[in-house]
Design a protein around this ligand. Structure first.
Ligand code: G3P
Length: 478
């Protein structure tokens, strides 16, 4: 109907002076679902200026009051889970139930963050000088944590609400202001979520949400001199942001090629259900999805049969109907996935199901006998396609995992806990899950990638710490 969603600046909903909009394509229908403002660089300058001044008084607002407002926003967000989830279904084709879960999880994250912030920011340290050689007991050092200033949050399409609040809540509880640049697919869900913060009554200018084209405002935002911290989740763009950013703390969660190493003694039913959950939930569009199965040859046939049987039960279709497999986010993503599938076909992978695609909808596909010369052995499809590589030793599995340029998570299945721990230690990833699929949550657990998977650590506590600086005052006694 031509309506363009407004952006959020200075505590108000505004229309961009550009007169232009960005279309959000529904992945299932491939038609324009929504439109958002294409903001200009001047509008970015304005939100940065407001963010800078609002932060000064926010930092002086008592911690318990900041927490109170966050609890309020969390409750409003949960009350509005239905309309927000509906826009997630339309914008990113996330199954309806999972969309609701995302919003509820986000409310819980905000509340947890408020509580954790009150605890960890409410405490400081007191040091005495005479513990260091050569000193008398004449210096008392008081430490506390202070905010950084303006935090720029850039979440990805796959969790536009949850990965936005996982940046917003720690930034705000720590006394920072926040500028949010939502992903295009997911922008409307983000705007609805920001409206919940608006209704909670945060000061004007403290939170802004600026929408638009990456080509117009992307670099301008990330290189803006007013920005004191960037928290980004997404793909390769994160690497170029890191190269261009100034001397500011960065929190980056980028891609992953999470390996699932299966030993001979593993409970294969448990492995199969975790491969389904890990590899195919939200059609594989998770950084923490299982992206390669490395299974010992002796149990490979049995495992592949079990997974095949479960793949056959996955429902494929509209997110509104809660299908397990829904359209991937865009046509270019579907084309990329298809490219990986065709490469594997040309090089002789075994197709456990027939390859099928309609528009952006790709049927779940398990590829057996994948070899290291195939692209899919290394690249991240971000779709419902999972390669199985057969290995003859655990070392071969560990070596494959470690040869990847990614290092987000991984998992190992075995009943031998001692072996599992040694394998975990040997895997160069930020987290290893023993006997379960990789996952970021629960959201207070540390979450980090090694190598090209990112820098900094997330999880509620680590995010609060990353978005603060240590300040000390030393009392010198005569
Ligand atoms: O892909 C984003 C990443 O943060 C995954 O989160 O909860 O699906 O493990 P989760």
């Amino acid at each position: 109907d031509g309506e363009v969603y407004k952006y959020y600046s200075d505590g108000e909903w505004k229309t961009s002076s550009s007169g232009k909009s960005v279309a959000i394509i529904n992945p299932s229908t491939r038609k324009t679902q929504y439109k958002v403002q294409a903001c200009t660089q001047e509008e970015v300058n304005k939100v940065m200026e407001l963010a800078k001044s609002a932060q000064k008084s926010w930092a002086k607002t008592p911690l318990w009051k900041r927490a109170e407002l966050l609890h309020k926003a969390a409750a409003i967000l949960k009350d509005n889970k239905t309309p927000i989830a509906e826009s997630l279904v339309k914008e990113i084709a996330k199954p309806a139930k999972d969309s609701v879960t995302e919003v509820v999880r986000s409310g819980d994250l905000i509340s947890y963050c408020a509580e954790e912030g009150v605890r960890i920011l409410g405490e400081g340290k007191f040091l005495l000088s005479d513990s260091f050689p050569g000193n008398e007991r004449t210096k008392y050092c008081l430490t506390s944590k202070i905010p950084l200033g303006v935090v720029l949050a850039i979440p990805p399409f796959n969790y536009p609400v949850n990965l936005a609040v996982s940046k917003i809540a720690p930034a705000l509880i720590a006394g920072n202001s926040l500028v949010l640049k939502p992903p295009t697919q997911g922008a409307v869900s983000c705007l609805h979520m920001v409206h919940c913060f608006h209704l909670a009554g945060f000061p004007k200018g403290l939170i802004s949400c600026i929408t638009g084209k990456g080509s117009e405002i992307g670099d301008f935002l990330t290189m803006h001199p007013a920005v004191n911290c960037i928290s980004f989740t997404g793909g390769d763009t994160g690497i170029s942001i890191s190269k261009k950013a100034g001397m500011i703390p960065l929190q980056m969660e980028l891609g992953g090629k999470d390996a699932c190493i299966v030993l001979e003694d593993a409970d294969l039913d448990l492995v199969a259900s975790n491969i389904i959950k890990g590899g195919f939930s939200y059609s594989g569009q998770r950084c923490t999805a299982v992206k390669v199965v490395l299974v010992m040859e002796s149990v490979a046939d049995e495992l592949v049969e079990k997974v095949k049987a479960k793949v056959a039960k996955l429902t494929v279709g509209p997110p509104e109907e809660n299908c397990d497999i829904t359209a991937v986010v865009s046509e270019s993503s579907a084309n990329f996935i298809e490219g990986l599938v065709m490469d594997a076909k040309d090089k002789g992978a075994t197709f456990c199901q027939e390859y099928k695609r309609e528009g952006n909808l790709i049927w779940p596909l398990l590829l057996d006998n994948v070899r290291p010369d195939m692209r899919i052995a290394w690249e991240e499809p971000f779709g419902p396609v999972l390669p199985v590589l057969r290995i003859n030793s655990v070392e071969e599995g560990i070596n494959h995992c470690n040869a990847s340029n990614f290092g987000l998570q991984g998992c190992v299945f075995t009943k031998d806990i001692n072996k599992a721990i040694l394998i975990s230690d040997a895997m160069e990833t930020g987290t290893v899950q023993i006997n379960s699929a990789p996952a970021r949550g629960p959201d207070h657990f540390p979450f980090q990638g090694l190598k090209d998977s990112g820098i900094g650590s997330q999880g509620v506590t680590n995010s609060i710490n990353l978005m603060t600086k240590v300040k000390t005052t030393v009392i010198n006694l005569p």
